[in-house]
Design a protein around this ligand. Structure first.
Ligand code: FES
Length: 126
């Protein structure tokens, strides 16, 4: 991912929570370019009730991954760089499925069940 790519569209959204689900409209992934729709590869969804944001990766229209952006080493909030999440504290790295790619963290990120209905993602926070 280039820096320009990062600046051209906003990836931070504030998402509603309904019951025990966070709701992300699928249209939030769309980037309108004339008549063709392109899609963001990820969004960072926040809600004031959550201590950490959730990074939602889109692999295709039916496949998403929702990751808790809390480092499993000592709990620092992660930063997203394209398909990786990095920890600013001691440099741990995770891939877009939450697997550790570089320590010192040695446990995968928390993931959430994602279901798709009515043009929305429902991210189960249970
Ligand atoms: S808290 Fe993330 S690497 Fe230490």
């Amino acid at each position: 991912m280039s820096l320009l790519d990062g600046c051209s569209t906003t990836k931070m959204i504030s998402a509603a929570i309904s019951g025990s689900d966070m709701i992300v409209p699928l249209t939030d992934f769309e980037i309108k370019k004339g008549n063709t729709a392109e899609f963001k590869r990820y969004l960072i969804a926040q809600n004031e009730k959550l201590q950490y944001p959730i990074c939602v990766y889109r692999f295709d229209e039916n496949n998403y991954e929702a990751l808790w952006m809390k480092c499993t080493h000592q709990g620092t909030e992660l930063q997203v760089f394209g398909d990786k999440l990095q920890c600013p504290a001691h440099g741990s790295e995770f891939n877009n499925h939450g697997k550790v790619e570089n320590g010192p963290a040695n446990a995968p990120l928390r993931t959430f069940l994602v279901t798709i209905a009515d043009n929305q993602l429902k991210i189960s926070l249970k």
